[in-house]
Design a binder for this molecule. Structure first.
Ligand code: NAD
Length: 282
Protein backbone atom coordinates (compact mmCIF):
# COMPACT_ATOMS: atom_id res chain seq x y z
CA UNK A 1 0.00 0.00 0.00
CA UNK A 2 1.40 3.45 -0.88
CA UNK A 3 2.58 5.60 2.02
CA UNK A 4 0.35 8.20 3.64
CA UNK A 5 0.57 11.64 2.05
CA UNK A 6 1.58 14.40 4.47
CA UNK A 7 -0.33 17.41 3.19
CA UNK A 8 1.76 20.52 3.84
CA UNK A 9 -0.92 22.83 2.47
CA UNK A 10 -3.48 21.61 4.99
CA UNK A 11 -1.05 21.77 7.93
CA UNK A 12 0.08 25.26 6.88
CA UNK A 13 -3.55 26.40 6.75
CA UNK A 14 -4.02 25.19 10.34
CA UNK A 15 -0.87 26.99 11.43
CA UNK A 16 -2.05 30.21 9.77
CA UNK A 17 -5.40 29.95 11.56
CA UNK A 18 -3.58 29.53 14.87
CA UNK A 19 -1.40 32.56 14.13
CA UNK A 20 -4.39 34.69 13.13
CA UNK A 21 -6.10 33.86 16.44
CA UNK A 22 -2.93 34.80 18.35
CA UNK A 23 -2.56 38.07 16.44
CA UNK A 24 -6.16 38.98 17.22
CA UNK A 25 -5.36 38.74 20.92
CA UNK A 26 -2.40 41.14 20.76
CA UNK A 27 -2.84 44.85 21.54
CA UNK A 28 -0.87 45.84 18.40
CA UNK A 29 -0.50 44.12 15.05
CA UNK A 30 2.98 42.60 14.77
CA UNK A 31 5.13 44.14 12.03
CA UNK A 32 7.38 42.40 9.51
CA UNK A 33 9.86 44.38 7.40
CA UNK A 34 10.69 42.80 4.07
CA UNK A 35 13.85 43.88 2.27
CA UNK A 36 14.29 43.00 -1.39
CA UNK A 37 17.54 44.03 -3.03
CA UNK A 38 18.19 43.13 -6.63
CA UNK A 39 15.92 42.11 -9.47
CA UNK A 40 15.71 38.31 -9.14
CA UNK A 41 12.12 37.60 -10.31
CA UNK A 42 11.78 34.49 -8.08
CA UNK A 43 12.80 36.53 -5.01
CA UNK A 44 10.24 39.20 -5.89
CA UNK A 45 7.52 36.53 -6.07
CA UNK A 46 8.59 34.98 -2.72
CA UNK A 47 8.50 38.37 -0.98
CA UNK A 48 5.12 39.22 -2.46
CA UNK A 49 3.69 35.89 -1.26
CA UNK A 50 5.13 36.41 2.22
CA UNK A 51 3.52 39.85 2.41
CA UNK A 52 0.18 38.39 1.29
CA UNK A 53 0.50 35.73 4.00
CA UNK A 54 1.09 38.48 6.56
CA UNK A 55 -1.98 40.43 5.44
CA UNK A 56 -4.09 37.28 5.68
CA UNK A 57 -3.33 36.76 9.39
CA UNK A 58 -3.26 40.44 10.45
CA UNK A 59 0.52 41.01 10.49
CA UNK A 60 1.52 44.40 9.10
CA UNK A 61 4.31 44.37 6.53
CA UNK A 62 6.67 47.19 5.65
CA UNK A 63 8.36 46.68 2.31
CA UNK A 64 11.74 48.08 1.28
CA UNK A 65 13.32 47.82 -2.16
CA UNK A 66 16.69 49.50 -1.96
CA UNK A 67 17.64 48.54 -5.56
CA UNK A 68 20.06 46.02 -7.02
CA UNK A 69 23.03 48.39 -6.93
CA UNK A 70 22.53 49.41 -3.31
CA UNK A 71 25.94 50.00 -1.66
CA UNK A 72 26.78 47.76 1.29
CA UNK A 73 26.83 50.73 3.65
CA UNK A 74 23.35 51.87 2.61
CA UNK A 75 21.88 48.39 3.11
CA UNK A 76 23.60 48.13 6.49
CA UNK A 77 22.06 51.49 7.47
CA UNK A 78 18.60 50.35 6.35
CA UNK A 79 18.90 47.19 8.48
CA UNK A 80 20.18 49.29 11.39
CA UNK A 81 17.15 51.59 11.16
CA UNK A 82 14.78 48.60 11.04
CA UNK A 83 16.53 47.13 14.10
CA UNK A 84 15.61 50.35 15.97
CA UNK A 85 12.06 50.72 14.64
CA UNK A 86 9.57 49.71 17.36
CA UNK A 87 6.87 49.00 14.75
CA UNK A 88 9.09 46.36 13.18
CA UNK A 89 9.16 43.07 15.11
CA UNK A 90 10.74 40.94 12.42
CA UNK A 91 13.14 41.60 9.55
CA UNK A 92 13.26 39.46 6.44
CA UNK A 93 16.24 40.08 4.18
CA UNK A 94 15.41 38.14 1.03
CA UNK A 95 18.36 36.08 -0.23
CA UNK A 96 20.23 35.75 -2.50
CA UNK A 97 21.56 39.32 -2.55
CA UNK A 98 23.14 40.80 -5.68
CA UNK A 99 26.72 39.62 -6.30
CA UNK A 100 28.49 42.64 -4.76
CA UNK A 101 26.85 41.99 -1.37
CA UNK A 102 27.69 39.25 1.15
CA UNK A 103 24.36 37.71 2.20
CA UNK A 104 25.78 36.08 5.30
CA UNK A 105 27.45 39.28 6.51
CA UNK A 106 24.35 41.37 5.81
CA UNK A 107 22.02 38.87 7.54
CA UNK A 108 24.32 38.97 10.57
CA UNK A 109 23.48 42.68 11.00
CA UNK A 110 19.88 41.86 11.88
CA UNK A 111 19.03 42.20 15.57
CA UNK A 112 18.70 38.55 16.78
CA UNK A 113 15.43 39.53 18.49
CA UNK A 114 14.04 40.37 15.02
CA UNK A 115 15.76 37.52 13.16
CA UNK A 116 12.56 35.80 12.00
CA UNK A 117 14.48 33.81 9.37
CA UNK A 118 16.73 32.45 12.15
CA UNK A 119 19.82 32.98 10.01
CA UNK A 120 22.09 35.12 12.19
CA UNK A 121 25.08 33.39 13.81
CA UNK A 122 23.49 34.28 17.16
CA UNK A 123 20.29 32.34 16.39
CA UNK A 124 22.33 29.44 14.96
CA UNK A 125 24.45 29.42 18.13
CA UNK A 126 21.42 29.30 20.41
CA UNK A 127 20.05 26.36 18.47
CA UNK A 128 23.38 24.53 18.51
CA UNK A 129 23.53 25.07 22.29
CA UNK A 130 20.10 23.50 22.69
CA UNK A 131 18.36 26.77 23.66
CA UNK A 132 16.60 27.69 20.42
CA UNK A 133 15.48 31.27 19.88
CA UNK A 134 14.03 32.02 16.46
CA UNK A 135 14.48 28.86 14.39
CA UNK A 136 14.90 28.94 10.56
CA UNK A 137 11.49 28.56 8.93
CA UNK A 138 12.06 25.50 6.74
CA UNK A 139 13.46 23.19 9.46
CA UNK A 140 10.82 24.48 11.87
CA UNK A 141 8.21 23.62 9.24
CA UNK A 142 9.63 20.11 8.83
CA UNK A 143 9.38 19.53 12.59
CA UNK A 144 5.77 20.76 12.56
CA UNK A 145 4.93 18.36 9.71
CA UNK A 146 6.52 15.42 11.55
CA UNK A 147 4.57 16.27 14.70
CA UNK A 148 1.37 16.61 12.74
CA UNK A 149 1.91 13.23 11.08
CA UNK A 150 2.54 11.67 14.52
CA UNK A 151 6.01 10.50 13.54
CA UNK A 152 7.81 9.21 16.63
CA UNK A 153 11.21 10.89 16.96
CA UNK A 154 12.31 9.69 20.38
CA UNK A 155 15.07 7.15 19.72
CA UNK A 156 14.29 7.04 15.98
CA UNK A 157 17.01 6.84 13.32
CA UNK A 158 16.82 10.19 11.52
CA UNK A 159 18.91 10.87 8.44
CA UNK A 160 19.32 14.39 7.06
CA UNK A 161 20.74 14.78 3.54
CA UNK A 162 22.24 18.27 3.19
CA UNK A 163 24.24 20.41 5.60
CA UNK A 164 23.39 24.01 4.71
CA UNK A 165 23.00 26.72 7.34
CA UNK A 166 19.50 27.31 6.01
CA UNK A 167 18.10 23.79 6.23
CA UNK A 168 20.35 20.78 6.96
CA UNK A 169 22.31 21.97 9.99
CA UNK A 170 19.43 23.51 11.95
CA UNK A 171 17.24 20.52 11.13
CA UNK A 172 19.83 18.09 12.46
CA UNK A 173 19.99 20.12 15.70
CA UNK A 174 16.20 20.06 16.03
CA UNK A 175 16.00 16.31 15.45
CA UNK A 176 18.77 15.74 17.98
CA UNK A 177 16.91 17.90 20.48
CA UNK A 178 13.86 15.69 19.87
CA UNK A 179 16.02 12.70 20.92
CA UNK A 180 16.39 11.15 17.48
CA UNK A 181 19.66 9.43 16.57
CA UNK A 182 20.85 11.69 13.79
CA UNK A 183 23.01 10.82 10.78
CA UNK A 184 24.05 13.81 8.73
CA UNK A 185 24.83 13.17 5.04
CA UNK A 186 26.26 15.56 2.47
CA UNK A 187 27.97 15.68 -0.91
CA UNK A 188 31.07 13.88 0.41
CA UNK A 189 29.15 11.03 2.07
CA UNK A 190 30.67 7.81 0.71
CA UNK A 191 27.61 5.60 0.55
CA UNK A 192 24.47 7.70 0.65
CA UNK A 193 22.20 4.71 0.04
CA UNK A 194 23.55 2.77 3.01
CA UNK A 195 23.08 5.77 5.32
CA UNK A 196 19.57 6.51 4.05
CA UNK A 197 18.45 2.88 4.41
CA UNK A 198 18.98 3.25 8.17
CA UNK A 199 16.39 6.00 8.39
CA UNK A 200 13.07 5.78 10.16
CA UNK A 201 12.83 9.47 9.27
CA UNK A 202 14.57 10.60 6.10
CA UNK A 203 14.82 14.28 5.20
CA UNK A 204 16.17 15.17 1.76
CA UNK A 205 17.51 18.72 1.41
CA UNK A 206 20.18 18.46 -1.26
CA UNK A 207 18.70 20.27 -4.24
CA UNK A 208 19.25 17.28 -6.52
CA UNK A 209 16.19 15.93 -8.40
CA UNK A 210 15.59 12.18 -8.04
CA UNK A 211 18.51 11.75 -5.61
CA UNK A 212 16.53 9.56 -3.23
CA UNK A 213 15.34 6.38 -4.93
CA UNK A 214 13.11 3.60 -3.59
CA UNK A 215 16.04 1.24 -2.88
CA UNK A 216 17.44 3.85 -0.44
CA UNK A 217 14.33 3.86 1.76
CA UNK A 218 13.36 1.21 4.26
CA UNK A 219 9.80 -0.04 4.47
CA UNK A 220 7.59 2.28 6.48
CA UNK A 221 10.03 5.22 6.78
CA UNK A 222 8.72 8.79 6.95
CA UNK A 223 10.20 10.73 4.02
CA UNK A 224 10.27 14.52 4.02
CA UNK A 225 11.31 16.14 0.75
CA UNK A 226 12.66 19.67 1.18
CA UNK A 227 14.18 19.78 -2.30
CA UNK A 228 12.67 22.29 -4.68
CA UNK A 229 14.08 21.94 -8.15
CA UNK A 230 12.84 23.64 -11.31
CA UNK A 231 13.05 21.14 -14.20
CA UNK A 232 11.51 20.79 -17.66
CA UNK A 233 8.86 18.64 -15.94
CA UNK A 234 8.02 21.45 -13.53
CA UNK A 235 8.81 21.74 -9.82
CA UNK A 236 10.20 18.49 -8.36
CA UNK A 237 11.80 17.48 -5.08
CA UNK A 238 14.90 15.41 -4.31
CA UNK A 239 12.84 12.24 -3.91
CA UNK A 240 11.68 9.92 -6.69
CA UNK A 241 8.16 10.41 -5.36
CA UNK A 242 6.05 7.72 -7.05
CA UNK A 243 8.50 4.86 -6.45
CA UNK A 244 9.46 5.95 -2.92
CA UNK A 245 5.81 6.32 -1.89
CA UNK A 246 5.39 2.59 -2.54
CA UNK A 247 7.82 1.76 0.28
CA UNK A 248 7.48 4.77 2.61
CA UNK A 249 5.07 4.86 5.53
CA UNK A 250 4.45 8.57 4.99
CA UNK A 251 5.78 11.11 2.50
CA UNK A 252 5.53 14.79 1.60
CA UNK A 253 4.85 15.87 -1.99
CA UNK A 254 6.59 18.63 -3.96
CA UNK A 255 4.93 21.02 -4.40
CA UNK A 256 2.52 21.10 -1.47
CA UNK A 257 4.75 19.67 1.27
CA UNK A 258 7.49 21.62 2.99
CA UNK A 259 7.10 24.79 0.86
CA UNK A 260 3.80 25.99 2.36
CA UNK A 261 5.15 25.22 5.85
CA UNK A 262 8.18 27.47 5.32
CA UNK A 263 5.84 30.37 4.61
CA UNK A 264 3.61 29.59 7.57
CA UNK A 265 6.53 29.34 10.01
CA UNK A 266 7.65 32.87 9.10
CA UNK A 267 4.32 34.06 10.48
CA UNK A 268 4.81 31.96 13.63
CA UNK A 269 8.28 33.46 14.13
CA UNK A 270 7.04 37.02 13.58
CA UNK A 271 4.37 36.66 16.24
CA UNK A 272 6.85 34.99 18.62
CA UNK A 273 9.29 37.87 18.07
CA UNK A 274 6.53 40.43 18.67
CA UNK A 275 5.53 38.75 21.93
CA UNK A 276 9.10 38.57 23.21
CA UNK A 277 9.72 42.23 22.35
CA UNK A 278 6.46 43.26 24.02
CA UNK A 279 7.42 41.42 27.20
CA UNK A 280 10.93 42.94 27.16
CA UNK A 281 9.42 46.45 27.02
CA UNK A 282 7.15 45.85 30.03
P1 NAD B 1 22.49 24.13 -0.47
O1 NAD B 1 22.92 24.05 -1.90
O2 NAD B 1 22.96 25.26 0.36
O3 NAD B 1 22.91 22.78 0.27
C1 NAD B 1 22.74 21.54 -0.33
C2 NAD B 1 23.34 20.48 0.57
O4 NAD B 1 23.10 19.24 -0.01
C3 NAD B 1 24.84 20.62 0.74
O5 NAD B 1 25.14 20.53 2.11
C4 NAD B 1 25.43 19.45 -0.03
O6 NAD B 1 26.54 18.89 0.64
C5 NAD B 1 24.26 18.47 -0.06
N1 NAD B 1 24.27 17.70 -1.30
C6 NAD B 1 24.21 18.17 -2.56
N2 NAD B 1 24.23 17.16 -3.44
C7 NAD B 1 24.30 16.02 -2.72
C8 NAD B 1 24.37 14.64 -3.05
N3 NAD B 1 24.37 14.23 -4.32
N4 NAD B 1 24.44 13.75 -2.04
C9 NAD B 1 24.42 14.15 -0.76
N5 NAD B 1 24.37 15.44 -0.39
C10 NAD B 1 24.31 16.36 -1.35
O7 NAD B 1 20.91 24.05 -0.52
P2 NAD B 1 19.80 24.44 0.59
O8 NAD B 1 19.64 25.90 0.63
O9 NAD B 1 20.03 23.69 1.84
O10 NAD B 1 18.52 23.83 -0.14
C11 NAD B 1 18.41 22.46 -0.42
C12 NAD B 1 17.18 22.21 -1.27
O11 NAD B 1 16.04 22.59 -0.51
C13 NAD B 1 17.12 23.05 -2.56
O12 NAD B 1 16.45 22.28 -3.53
C14 NAD B 1 16.27 24.23 -2.17
O13 NAD B 1 15.61 24.82 -3.27
C15 NAD B 1 15.30 23.57 -1.22
N6 NAD B 1 14.70 24.46 -0.24
C16 NAD B 1 13.36 24.40 -0.12
C17 NAD B 1 12.72 25.17 0.80
C18 NAD B 1 11.25 25.07 0.94
O14 NAD B 1 10.64 25.90 1.56
N7 NAD B 1 10.64 24.02 0.40
C19 NAD B 1 13.45 26.07 1.60
C20 NAD B 1 14.84 26.08 1.48
C21 NAD B 1 15.45 25.27 0.54
Amino acid sequence: MPGRLIDGKAVAAEVRERVAAEVAELAHAPGLATVLAGDDPASAVYVRMKREDCAQVGIESFHHEPGGDVPEQALAELLGSLNCDPQVNGILLQLPLPGHLDGEAMSALIDPAKDVDGLTPFSAGLLAHGHPGLVPCTPAGVMELLAHADVELEGAEAVVVGRSQLVGKPLASLLLAANATVTHCHSRTRDLGASCRRADVLVAAAGSPGLITADMVHEGAAVIDVGTNRTDDGLVGDVDFDAVREVAGAITPVPGGVGPMTRAMLLVNTVAAARTQLEARR
